[in-house]
Design a protein. Structure first.
Ligand code: DAT
Length: 173
């Protein structure tokens, strides 16, 4: 089965700018912003709430079942801080957003993250955990690393993804 529109994952450590990028990209392209966080909450794809981390414990099988029909139709921008759970066949582009530690520290402090969660996310960004996960899970030619330290970079990133989309449409028409 071939899609008439591609599916894009925007991933990265919490606070890196996934939601901001997805919203801007959805606005400019008409693709659908699929916030996994919202799906997990709305469709209860979780096994409860972890108080210490202040986050849902995601049931990945349930989540995949919940989004499968929609994603298979194409045209989704998937917004999630993990990417290894989605079947390779669903995905056309994986964007890994990156940010400098000091910028991430400020963003997560602003969000009032508990100390443990703050530290783990800073470590995860420094250790390039999401970038590695993306490279391990998808073909290298579909994985792109982009910087998200300021608004100008976000704008450039969205321009680049829009240009990629245009090319994808030409190649797949
Ligand atoms: P995520 O969805 O990855 O958790 P977000 O989009 O909610 O991140 O962004 C977290 C905060 O940082 C939010 O206040 C917007 C800001 N932000 C993110 N990326 C940015 C960028 N490239 N330039 C300026 N602000 C940014």
């Amino acid at each position: 089965m071939s899609r008439t529109l591609p599916n894009i994952i925007i991933t990265g450590t919490p606070g890196v700018g996934k939601t901001s990028h997805c919203e801007l990209l959805a606005e400019r392209t008409g693709l659908k912003h699929l916030s996994v966080n919202d799906v997990v909450k709305a469709k209860e794809c979780h096994e409860g709430y972890d108080e210490e981390y202040q986050s849902w414990i995601v049931d990945e099988d349930k989540l995949l079942d919940a989004i499968e029909d929609e994603v298979k139709q194409g045209g989704c921008i998937i917004d999630w801080h993990a990417c290894d759970l989605f079947p390779k066949s669903w995905i056309d582009l994986v964007v890994v957003l990156r940010v400098k530690s000091e910028v991430l520290y400020d963003r997560l402090t602003e969000r009032k993250y508990p100390e443990l969660k703050l530290q783990e996310n800073l470590d995860s960004e420094i250790m390039e955990v999401l970038l590695q996960e993306a490279r391990d899970s998808y073909d290298e030619e579909i994985v792109v690393e982009l910087q998200s330290n300021d608004a100008e970079q976000m704008d450039e990133n969205v321009d680049r993804i829009e240009a990629w989309l245009k090319q994808w449409k030409e190649n797949n028409s």
